[in-house]
Design a protein around this ligand. Structure first.
Ligand code: HEM
Length: 141
């Protein structure tokens, strides 16, 4: 997560603030988008998605708040990755999750995302994905 420039970190943090002020429940929108893109994933999740959406929102907020100090969120993120293996999340599923997250953020953030914000989000989400996959999914031999 340290591959973001200082400017990108500030931009991402600022845009998340904008997004949350207007759409506190933007993660619910994300799950709707995800299940439209990948309906087969719906069965892996609980029927009531309220709590799930809240947890995702808290996690994102925590990761983005700690972009200057990623070590602080490393342990919980690695544990989250390990739990995902049990949830039945496949390595290949991470791309669609990342793309749907970015799409939701881009669509719902008031005034959209600037180029710097978009690049920053893209880098941050790629880093989280890489970290989770490297930790929890063994390399195929
Ligand atoms: C950037 C990547 C991801 C993040 C940050 C993320 C975040 C979370 C969080 C915070 C939870 C709440 C439960 C917990 O803390 O253990 C969760 C649960 C879950 N996630 Fe993810 N997730 C990601 C990718 C994926 C992918 C690729 C899948 C594939 C289908 C997936 C499927 C699930 C499922 C099935 C649950 C649990 C539902 C349940 O039984 O309660 N997630 N995720």
């Amino acid at each position: 997560m340290s591959n973001l420039t200082e400017e990108e970190i500030s931009a991402v943090q600022q845009s998340l603030m904008r997004l949350q002020q207007s759409y506190a429940n933007f993660t619910e929108e994300f799950y709707q988008r995800l299940f439209r893109a990948a309906p087969e994933m719906r069965a892996l999740f609980p029927e009531d998605m309220t709590e799930q959406a809240r947890k995702l929102s808290v996690t994102l907020l925590s990761v983005i708040s700690h972009l200057r100090n990623p070590a602080a969120v490393m342990h919980p993120l690695l544990a989250l990755a390990t739990r995902h293996v049990d949830y039945g999340a496949a390595q290949e599923d991470f791309d669609v999750v990342r793309v749907c997250l970015l799409g939701t953020i881009q669509e719902l953030t008031p005034d959209g995302l600037s180029e710097t914000e978009l690049t920053g989000w893209d880098k941050a989400l790629h880093s989280v994905q890489a970290l989770m996959i490297d930790h929890a999914y063994p390399v195929a031999s």
